[in-house]
Ligand binder design. Structure first.
Ligand code: HEC
Length: 436
């Protein structure tokens, strides 16, 4: 309504510039686009929209323009696709191969045991085994009950850093309140005895008064720092303002010990009534967590709403801003916040608009692709993309798309065998990247 007369109905330009090419004369960052719309470029013929449009509406416009610009760019960008037999990237050519026969049903996460077998969680509640290239028909029996509610179900899995000595396996899953249709994320550990889950210990679960009836944003991932403490995340459970509420467990990253006890020096220990396991807050829906193999820094990927997916460096006690600041808007295109920055709230290291639906991530530490050593590999669900980020001084200095279109990537995993695996939702498969 306000812009088409100069920038074209299809945004391809006219009196004003095209929004579909890669050229931004007046700055392509969200903040400069915002300023250009709000304050105008009067000397060039564009009046300010301050007064006509609210800040939140201008933010939504910036997101809309960035989405259209991204879509226009996709057609031109060469991307490695799985139907090419050999996929070409900057340093390596590679192939993709499933590591098993059979099909998984909505797999969420995988971990490799020292004997070479893989455990894979299916969101519906089954824990499956891949052995010698075969997906065994029988799931593991005796697992704690999980509830497939909305995005919830059986979620992440990991093994103890000292698995060879203690045999502990950790799972995250969705639990239901006894008397109500409300749901929350919980964690257990247990051991494998043949095809049975034994010695189950619930190591994290919250009072049902904190549960939510909503379907989205259960978060999770289970990772360990070099000291052996355990970190995981819970999304906002569809009630966004609770991400800022320190008395609640949702919308947060948490730290506990592997046995479920709580370290005394958690960052909010001195804040009255704060939830004792909190490590950070203001996190919308974390879907990836990984420790840097050298610096032991915790990195996180987080789903934004429409626009504003984030890569964050997670440091204790920090507020990551959701829903007060965000680079995204509501799914229906209506504005969400008038702010992308605020004092006391951390900026993402990187953000994606449109959202790619960032998911699992891992640092590359394997042998197959030595040039990628310690690079961050980031998977995406909706755009079916795999990104490689090189980090220097906490900033991405190389960003390379190394795969698109092989399926929704739920998890990225470098196994103890040094190989790189992806968990794909559709078709339900674990695949390996093999250098040519
Ligand atoms: C009366 C014409 C006119 C209208 C209406 C108008 N613009 Fe512009 N716009 C311009 C001109 C002219 C430029 C500068 C083009 C140049 O530098 O070549 C510009 C530049 C911009 C830029 C900077 C582009 C760049 O290359 O960095 C943005 C962003 C922008 N407009 C957004 C909008 C939005 C959003 C609206 C509607 C809310 C809007 N404009 C309405 C004429 C207009």
């Amino acid at each position: 309504m306000h812009c088409a007369i100069c920038h074209g109905k299809d945004l391809s330009g006219g009196l004003g510039s095209s929004f579909l090419d890669s050229e931004w004369k007046h700055g392509g960052e969200p903040q400069s686009m915002f300023d250009n719309i709000k304050y105008g470029l009067p000397e060039l013929g564009m009046q300010p929209f301050d007064g006509t449009l609210s800040d939140a509406q201008i933010n939504a416009l910036v997101i809309y323009i960035r989405e259209k610009n991204h879509q226009a760019g996709l057609a031109e960008r060469p991307t490695p696709r799985p139907e090419d037999e050999v996929l070409k990237t900057r340093y390596y050519n590679y192939r993709i191969e499933p590591i098993h026969s059979g099909e998984l049903d909505t797999p969420w996460s995988t971990v490799q045991l020292p004997d070479g077998r893989f455990l894979v969680t299916e969101r519906g509640g089954d824990l499956r085994i891949i052995e010698g290239g075969k997906l065994l028909d029988e799931p593991i029996s005796g697992l704690p009950q999980s509830w497939e509610h909305g995005q919830g179900g059986l979620l992440d899995i990991n093994i103890d850093p000292n698995y060879a000595d203690n045999g502990w396996i950790y799972i995250a899953y969705t639990v239901k309140a006894p008397d109500e249709d409300t749901y929350m994320t919980a964690l257990s550990r247990g051991r494998l005895k043949g095809m049975q889950w034994v010695d189950n210990e619930v190591i994290f679960h919250v009072d049902p008064k904190f549960y939510s009836p909503r379907g989205p944003h259960f978060g999770t991932r289970i990772v360990f720092d070099q000291k052996g403490d355990l970190y995981f995340a819970i999304g906002d459970r569809g009630i966004q303002d609770q991400a800022q509420d320190l008395t609640r467990p949702n919308g947060k990253v948490h730290r506990i010990r592997p046995d479920g006890s709580i370290p005394e020096d958690n960052p909010f220990a001195d804040v009255p009534d704060s939830y004792p396991t909190l490590w950070t807050y203001g996190n919308r829906n974390p879907q990836g967590l990984a420790f840097h193999p050298v610096t032991d820094e915790l990195w996180e990927t987080e789903h934004g709403p429409r626009g504003g997916d984030e890569l964050n460096l997670i440091r204790p006690g920090i507020n990551y801003g959701w829903p007060v600041i965000t680079y995204g808007m509501n799914y229906n295109g209506s504005p969400l916040s008038d702010k992308t920055h605020a004092p006391g709230m951390e900026q993402p290291v990187y953000h994606w608009t449109p959202s790619i639906a960032v998911c699992g991530l891992d640092f590359y530490t394997g042998k197959d692709f030595p040039q990628w050593e310690n690079d961050l590999l980031i998977g995406s669900l909706r755009q079916e993309e795999l990104w490689r980020f090189r980090l220097e001084d906490g900033k991405p200095t190389q960003q390379e798309l190394i795969l698109r279109g092989a399926g929704r990537i739920r998890d990225v995993y470098v196994g103890p065998d040094g190989r790189l695996y992806l968990v794909l939702n559709s078709p339900g498969q674990v695949v390996r990247l093999i250098p040519e």
